[in-house]
Write a protein that binds this ligand. Sequence first.
Ligand code: PHE
Length: 460
Amino acid sequence: MAFPSPEREQWSSRLGFVLAAAGSAVGLGNIWRFPFKAGDNGGGAFVLIYLACLLLLCVPYLFAELALGRNGKRNPVGAIRAVRGRSPWSLVGGLCVATGLAILSYYAVVAGWAVGYVFRDLATAEASDVAFARFTADPLWVVPLFGGFLFATVGVVARGVRQGIERWAKILMPMLFVLLCLVTFRAVTLPGAGAGLAFYLTPDFSEVSGLMVVEALGQAFFSLSLGVGTMVTYGSYLPDDENLVVAGGYVAVFDTLIALMAGLMIFPAVFAMGQDPAEGPSLVFVVLADVFGAMPLGSFVGTLFFLLLAIAAFTSSIPLLEVFVSYLVDETTWSRRTAALSAGGVAFVLGLPSALSQGAVPALSDLSWLVGNQILGPSPGVLDLVDFLWGSVALVLGAVLLSVFVGWVWGADEALEEVRPGNGHAMGRWAGPLWRAAIRYAFPVTILAVLVVDLLYDVL
Ligand code: PHE
């Protein structure tokens, strides 16, 4: 049975937690994936459905992760054991820890590209897709950037919750916000930006479809960093008197605000420069590189944009590493420093195939012989496969299992005691039963449906 160790660190304040957790939530997912998905799915209509998914499913589930963590004062495996003792449910915690590390392994590769692009001159004669392909295929660039990025993440996590994670969140999140405001201002003041704004903000309900709901839900879910145990771990550092509804609510509001702003930044720029909004994480580096290359003050704004992307990715990599580190610190006798270095080393080894899969090693670049071309698009590489298996499937599976654990095994009523504002004060007559219903039924059933529809759509 795990008991909270007396020396376990806590966030120094609500603001510290909110910034760190919002840093986790705001990442590559918000800055490219959200605006693209919104643009491709009817603009405003998608945004409205995304907001509904967030409010009705993801936010209630966020409270469940935070409550589980704070109740056990432990990493995901320890938090589950604190409720149930040694049981097969611990494996769910193990799945979360593994998913975090696996996502980090390729997330840091993409983050390394963003760092590399901070230093590139975007106004070159070379076509940006060619430049991007050449850059990502060069192991002498990609591997050191990836390794350096991971090493910096290790450096923050090794310093601990207050001195490392919280301190850097307090420095980087305001920077991120200022950069976002600057780039958004430049984008919406470009001649021709109005078309992009109209495209993004006018809801087109004729585009609403079942699959779009699936996309919106998946996005809400990845964006809030759910299903990976990061919110369980961050919840475990919350003091007992913290109000989970208020603290978690702030995180959701920040994450949504920044995703919405990212749309305001990207669409006007893409449309003003006569580009098409296109799909996929690599296209940030292609379409937007063209946009910046062609616009007045473009090199400078481009540098700011990629700096913003690198910071957002950095504050999301920290919690991904922290989940495994907190597991090692809680469950072994290792020091935090040793744990952080080892976890970073494992992530580096795991991520090397992804880093080398963009052309450096041809055998890693095209796995279509293994997985075909249907699920992951034409010529999927290791990075695409790892992203799909861990970033889509394992993450969603982890969330369903955790919600079943909280709703049924721990018990929604017990969990509610932990969630209730001020620990035990009434939450309002309707909010408690509503939360129970969301966590026991609505969340697992909807997410499972999403997984099935998604897989069927991809395979058929
Ligand atoms: N939420 C992050 C993003 O939007 C990704 C992430 C997922 C981070 C899971 C941590 C855990 O990019």
